[in-house]
Design a protein around this ligand. Structure first.
Ligand SMILES: Nc1ncnc2c1ncn2[C@@H]1O[C@H](COP(=O)(O)OP(=O)(O)OP(=O)(O)O)[C@@H](O)[C@H]1O
Length: 269
């Protein structure tokens, strides 16, 4: 295991010419007989936030789950096409899925800390992935991850208390700290603020904005205001198709596709 990943030594914060971190080519998903995605080709650029928007049931979460093979956990799901991470096919049968999910982490809609202490929640991933050589290094990863998730100050005196005892917004930042602790390259977020109040949402949105300096982020959101606030690129899904993808500013001011126009003006969704 590369220890530099454990100590967050990353390259330059934001590059001008963004390289493609993940590429999807003609990705199709079926649940049994039902087709949920119809050949999605989409490039995810590094170190920026890509928002996935579109009406309910259009396939946003299904697509997100393809990016770290979470659809493998759904018996009826069948994924075809190619998804590349740094040019490598993540559906290669030889690929270690546990390692993939450390590189492409996930934060869910409902904060889901383990029923363990705050410290254990963050230390668990680095421990199972062998990212720390000793106790001090593990301690360092836990503290750094909590700091980067903007939670450290609030919890530093009660790291041994249960993670489930925190407020909803704190729990979600704990889940983000837990995701960060294994030094992922990509973080997938499935409506991460939908269970949070407006103040906790604003805190998490600020955090997402900071995290993009070091991580590639893909976020599913129902809130167009949120997509506009946090993302640089927006992809609009509609009935299993990728209707349009482009710079967020353009997508919300002057979209090319009628489906995007109708969605952002509230005509459906
Ligand atoms: N586990 C599953 N089994 C069967 N069908 C599923 C499953 N998950 C999703 N689907 C179907 O696939 C389609 C896409 O669903 P998906 O949840 O990806 O859409 P979404 O855009 O994320 O929706 P929402 O915004 O409501 O969360 C829908 O028709 C949905 O009913």
């Amino acid at each position: 295991m590369d220890m530099s990943r454990a100590t967050f030594e990353k390259g330059p914060a934001v590059s001008q010419d963004k390289t493609i971190k993940m590429a999807s080519k003609d990705v199709t998903v079926h649940y049994g007989q039902k087709q949920a995605l119809n050949g999605i080709s989409l490039d995810i650029k590094e170190r920026q936030v890509t928002a996935l928007i579109g009406p309910s049931g259009c396939g946003k979460s299904t697509y997100l789950r393809c990016l770290n093979r979470m659809n493998d956990t759904i018996d009826t799901a069948k994924v075809d096409g190619k998804i590349l991470l740094d040019g490598e096919n993540i559906y290669d049968p030889d690929l270690d899925v546990v390692e993939l999910r450390a590189r492409v982490g996930m934060v869910f809609q409902k904060p889901n800390p383990f029923p363990k202490s705050i410290w254990e929640n963050v230390a668990y991933g680095p421990k199972i992935h062998g990212l720390a050589k000793n106790k001090d290094q593990l301690e360092e990863i836990v503290h750094t991850s909590l700091k980067r998730a903007g939670l450290y100050k609030e919890v530093k005196d009660r790291l041994d208390e249960p993670g489930t005892g925190l407020s909803g917004g704190q729990q979600q930042r704990l889940c983000i700290a837990r995701a960060i602790a294994v030094s992922p390259e990509v973080i997938l977020m499935d409506e991460p603020c939908s269970a949070l109040d407006p103040i906790a949402t604003a805190t998490v949105e600020e955090l997402i904005d900071e995290l993009k300096q070091n991580f590639t982020i893909v976020i599913v959101t129902h809130s167009m205001q949120q997509a506009a606030r946090v993302s640089q690129v927006t992809a609009m899904f509609h009935l299993g198709d990728l209707a349009e993808v482009g710079a967020t500013e353009k997508m919300f001011s002057n979209p090319d596709d009628k489906r995007t126009q109708d969605y952002i003006t509230g005509r459906f969704g």
